[in-house]
Design a protein around this ligand. Structure first.
Ligand code: AGP
Length: 613
């Protein structure tokens, strides 16, 4: 997610902007920039890389004492992390600048239309469209021009605008991307997140979706983007310290990121699916339909949690696209004799895009002539640069070492990939695809609605189970990989030994482990293997095992065999159940680790990105 800071007041703006952007660094970024006014003209400086480069360029802010400006740290989503793509972006004549956080879904259409009208674009970003669209409507009222621009924009935005024709005002607007205002004395602020503002004011105004604000040094006026009607948004006094503010009040980044999943799943499928028609759009895949038709096999290549995402995707791709899928641990794949060639599509899955084993596997696959399409969360990372194309997961920076929102975003990207392959190979009719797409589009709302309740149930459970030394996680079909993922979450942040297992394998060994000291977490979705799962749970129960069942609302049968039941929302389509069943497993791991006093965000011996073998 990008960082935005804006200032209008009596002090020089640049030091405030640099300091505010520095306080947003935790969000992760790959380029930065600031803009201000000098002798009535817009000035702008941007740099690829970290803020220190920008600070040098503006001499620590001393380059100007202009009391108005905007700044930005960019987490690339469209376009590589270069200076040209860094914000702020300007219109054709450099009369105005825009900073933006979010995804403009229809930027491609708008950009083509604006090009036809004579606008010249210099970046690959979706944001630059905003600058030119405002320019198109700008005569002498910047607020009206922004309003008309946003009437044509689809997608998510938190944005700030500075125009040389209104040297005393900033315009801000938000829709589905956070933006807050800071109310000061003789000065006012905007920011994408509270930490940037705390040194200057604790009076924070939370803009709501569809709000537009006009800031001068002495006033903040808020109205609705669509109607222009004025609205009141009361300032709240924030008592958090800066560290708490970075976590938006959550105890840890991991918990914040668990709660961000409705948004990150939405941001990952946004602009790529059309529920009404069942159409999937993945322009990142440069392979033609003919080339895709020649694909005889798919290799999903990953490590850790990303490997679990691949294991889930195997079921979707094989069922919908009818292509055989192998899910390979990159650390094994890279040291074997590989039977891959130009008819084998290799898909490295990686949050960081820097995992050494996955990168090595990718390089070997390429040497064998395989086309490579990556699934990755970091634009411009090594794996993306060495792939033929990348389907980006728009999860935003994931700070917690344990992967949560990146995992469900990977599932989202893989789900869309499976439907895309079915679409291009004509193995699924549009109505069936539309049904799967409608099911996926429901996931954010389903999770959002019950997250708090699931969290409460998992907290109560962790109070009872945090001192156990061993856990077994069981699942079948799509939920076997989810059982593996739940076990990994627990072991990596609480240091408790936990094993994920295919429930059907119980009688082939693990059942010997069952006793009162080995809680069994059983994933029991109402799917085609539900009865099988129930009998596995009964096997455990009859051997005096302790069962924690994760089961859907309305399933009363399971309560007869499991001592503990964590309820999740019931969903009709089996394909989306893995998204839902993952959430309580993340929360159980989090709450048990917290109860054990572990360092949840930075667990011992682990790194966020394993760039060495
Ligand atoms: C997951 O919680 C772990 N942090 C780890 O297994 C991770 O998924 C693995 O190292 C792969 O990382 P990547 O997705 O960045 O390639």
């Amino acid at each position: 997610m990008c960082g935005i800071v804006g200032y209008v007041g009596s002090k020089p703006a640049l030091p405030v902007l640099l300091d505010g952007l520095a306080r947003l660094e935790y969000r992760g970024y790959d380029s930065a920039g600031v803009a201000w006014l000098k002798d009535g003209e817009v000035q702008r400086m941007r740099c690829q890389g970290k803020l220190v480069g920008l600070r040098d360029m503006v001499q620590g802010g001393k380059i100007s004492d202009c009391p108005i400006g905007i700044g930005h740290t960019r987490w690339a989503t469209h376009g590589a992390p270069t200076e040209e793509n860094a914000h702020p972006h300007t219109d054709c004549k450099g009369k105005l600048v825009v900073v933006h956080n979010g995804i403009i879904e229809n930027y491609f259409t708008l950009r083509n239309q604006l090009r036809e009208e004579g606008h010249t674009f210099v970046s690959e970003t979706d944001t630059e469209v905003l600058a030119h669209l405002i320019e198109k409507y700008l005569e002498n009222d910047i607020v009206e021009a922004v309003r008309r621009c946003l009437a044509e924009v689809e997608g998510a935005f938190a944005m700030g605008v500075l125009w040389k024709g209104a040297p005393d005002k900033l315009v801000a607007a938000r829709k589905e991307s956070p933006l807050v205002l800071g109310a000061g004395k003789g000065e006012n602020f905007m920011a994408s997140d509270i930490p940037a503002l705390l040194p200057y004011t604790r009076e924070i105004i939370f803009l709501e979706d569809g709000d537009l604000a006009v800031l001068t040094k002495d006033s903040i006026e808020i109205s609705r983007i669509d109607t222009g009607e004025s609205v009141e948004r009361e300032a709240k006094t924030i008592s958090w310290d800066a560290t708490a503010a970075e976590k938006a009040g959550y105890r840890h980044f991991m918990l914040k990121e668990i709660y961000e999943q409705p948004q990150s799943v939405l941001n990952t499928f946004r602009g790529r699916i059309i529920p009404e028609t069942g159409h999937v759009d993945l322009p990142e895949i440069k392979l033609s339909n003919e080339e895709l038709a020649k694909i005889s096999r798919i290799v999903l290549l990953a490590c850790g949690t990303s490997w679990h995402a691949g294991l889930v995707a195997k079921y979707w791709i094989e069922e919908w696209a009818g292509i055989p899928v192998e899910v390979e641990l990159a650390s094994e794949f890279r040291y074997r004799r590989l039977l891959v060639n130009e008819t084998v599509l290799v898909v490295p899955i990686s949050q960081s895009g820097e995992t050494a084993d996955t990168l090595a596997g990718l390089r070997i696959a390429r040497k064998h002539g395989s086309p490579v399409i990556a699934i990755c969360n970091v634009v411009g990372s090594t794996i993306t640069r060495e792939s033929d194309g990348t389907i980006y997961t728009h999860a935003g920076p994931e700070i917690g070492v344990a992967s949560t929102k990146a995992f469900t975003s990977q599932l989202t990207a893989l789900y869309i990939l499976a439907l895309f392959l079915a679409q291009t190979r004509n193995t699924m009719d549009p109505a069936a695809r539309a049904e799967k797409i409608r099911a996926l589009s429901e996931v954010p709302r389903i999770i959002e609605k019950r997250l708090e309740e699931m969290h409460q149930a998992c907290t109560e459970l962790s109070d009872e189970f945090y001192q156990y030394r061993d856990f077994l996680y069981l699942g079948r079909h799509l939920h076997f990989p989810i059982a593996l993922e739940g076990a990994l979450k627990l072991k990596e942040i609480s240091y408790i030994h936990a094993e994920g297992y295919a429930a059907g394998e119980m009688k082939h060994g693990p059942i010997a482990l069952i006793d009162r000291n080995m809680p069994v977490v059983a994933l029991v979705p109402r799917d085609h293997v539900y009865e099988k799962m129930v009998s596995n749970v009964e096997e455990v129960r009859s051997r005096r095992g302790i069962i924690i069942a994760v089961a859907e609302d309305g399933d009363n049968d399971i309560s007869r065999v499991a001592q503990h039941v964590i309820r999740v929302p019931a969903t009709k389509d089996p394909a989306i159940k893995p998204f839902i069943f993952t959430i309580p497993l993340q929360l159980i791991a989090y709450e048990i680790a917290f109860a054990r006093g572990c360092d949840v965000d930075q667990p011992r011996n682990l790194a966020k990105s394993v760039t060495v073998e």
